[in-house]
Design a protein around this ligand. Structure first.
Ligand SMILES: C[C@@H]1N[C@@H](c2nc3ccccc3[nH]2)[C@H](O)[C@@H]1O
Length: 449
């Protein structure tokens, strides 16, 4: 191994209560809201073909004109309680909210810059009411913060000259000031989701970022910070020069999901996902494929089955209301969660052979295994292979009270569960209770004929 001062500071999963709670969330909500929500991907009648929250980077958009959008920010219909109520009904256990995106506009009245809600017609703090509304419903709040800040004149993409270095030192102090300010103003926040940390200027700040992370953790014991915040002294990000993950969970799964358990290296992780292909901030026109409720439920199931959390993005409108398509998805996911959320919350990788019909989730600390079924075979028979000397002792359907199954044993710890009906409109969940049958515990199952 390589001697590192600023690499990973722990190996393996955090076992404290705050992280165990994070590990159990299963489903989260991301909220991207800011000045970019006003142009919504359009400028002078032309469509920006990137992600709407990146419109300031478009050469057709003069930075000063973009920044004067601050004087139009007045979300008269914003109601933190209604956003939180929608999220509650959807069944999310945590929310990640943009405090400052790459454009540098702050949704809280920071005293370290004028580029905040305080100087907009709206005037009021947005973050405080959101933290309160979500927290009091038992939904934990994580604050998203972009290190890259296109508004701050001291931001640099790289540090080449003495002047760059002097400016970036000011920028580092500004960043530290804002982060300590956020932790002070919003003590209920459970973590920070860092973004905009890929440029050379920040990648060169291994020592500074490491000491800032230590300072924030000391200020807020239990604070959860992901792998995207800092680089080690050799410029390695997410995983240090010895291959160990920095931070408490892997933040590499942006709009993508791991395929198999070895892809996650035994770490905690979250997948952050957009409804359209790649729009985080509100975009008037959603081009390309828009994910349906069932597609998103399958992504959720896949993430939880591989030890991760699935975080679905919402891009509220400039007036502060949520767009219809997102409200409909929240309702559809919520309706499914009303019946099946016990297969999502406190779920983990079951360690079973993956089958085509869907995903296994094991309830942490129990021998209860859920079968989240998305693909019913034409045979109607779901194949289940358990570790040897393990037997199925009971199978029942979460959705249909009294709908239980007697599995057919077709080999050692190998079964078919014969579904009773052929057509299913929605994904459904079967609960497997297993027992050790090394002493042939007489589990209730049919002998193969
Ligand atoms: C969570 C997501 N991360 C930001 C982002 N910026 C990127 C630049 C290059 C490649 C991927 C990016 N994701 C997106 O704007 C959104 O905030």
């Amino acid at each position: 191994t390589i001697a590192l001062q600023h690499g990973a500071h722990g190996v393996g999963r955090r076992r404290d209560a705050a992280m165990e709670k994070w590990r159990a969330y299963g489903l989260g909500q991301f909220v991207h809201w800011g000045l970019y929500s006003i142009p919504a991907g359009e400028w002078n009648g032309k469509q920006y073909n990137g992600a709407a929250e990146w419109i300031k980077s478009w050469k057709e958009v003069p930075a000063t004109t973009y920044d004067s959008l601050m004087y139009q920010f007045n979300p008269t219909k914003f109601n933190a309680e209604s956003w939180a109520a929608t999220a509650k009904q959807m069944g999310v256990k945590y929310v990640t909210i943009t405090t400052k995106h790459h454009d540098g506009f702050c949704l809280w009245p920071s005293k370290y810059t004028n580029f905040t809600v305080a100087n907009s017609p709206y005037k009021k703090d947005i973050i405080g009411p959101l933290v309160k509304a979500y927290d009091r419903r038992g939904i934990d709040v994580i604050l998203y913060f972009s290190i890259m800040d296109w508004h701050n004149p001291d931001w640099r993409y790289d540090i080449k000259t003495r002047e760059d270095s002097v400016a970036f030192d000011r920028f580092k102090q500004f960043t530290r000031n804002q982060l300590l300010e956020l932790l002070t103003l919003y003590p209920a926040a459970k973590g920070l989701w860092f973004d905009g940390t890929w440029d050379k200027s920040w990648v060169k700040q291994a020592a500074f970022a490491d000491s800032l992370e230590k300072e924030m953790r000391a200020m807020r014991p239990g604070l959860i910070i992901g792998s995207r915040f800092r680089a080690d002294e050799y410029g390695k990000r997410h995983f240090d020069s010895n291959g160990n993950m920095m931070g408490d969970y892997e933040q590499g799964w942006e709009r993508k999901i791991p395929e198999k358990i070895t892809d996650v290296h035994g770490n905690d992780w979250d997948c952050v996902m957009t409804v359209p292909e790649n729009q985080w901030g509100y975009s008037k026109i959603w081009k390309g494929h828009i994910k349906t409720t069932d597609e998103l439920l399958e992504m959720l199931a896949k993430c939880v089955s591989l030890d991760g959390n699935f975080v679905l993005n919402f891009g509220p409108k400039p007036d502060g209301t949520l767009r219809t398509e997102e409200l409909d998805l929240a309702k559809g996911i919520g309706a499914w969660m009303d019946t099946n959320s016990e297969a999502i919350y406190n779920g983990e990788y079951a360690g079973l052979v993956k089958q085509d019909w869907g995903y296994y989730v094991k309830k942490t600390g129990t021998n209860k295994i859920y079968m989240l079924v998305f693909n019913v075979p034409v045979s109607g028979a779901l194949n289940v292979v358990l570790p040897s000397r393990t037997a199925i002792s009971k199978v029942y359907d979460l959705g249909g009270p009294g709908l239980s199954y007697v599995p057919e044993e077709i080999g050692t710890s190998t079964y078919f569960i014969h579904l009773k009906q052929q057509t299913f409109k929605r994904p459904f969940v079967l609960v497997l209770e297993t027992a050790d049958n090394s002493k042939n515990s007489g589990a209730q199952y049919q002998k193969a004929k």
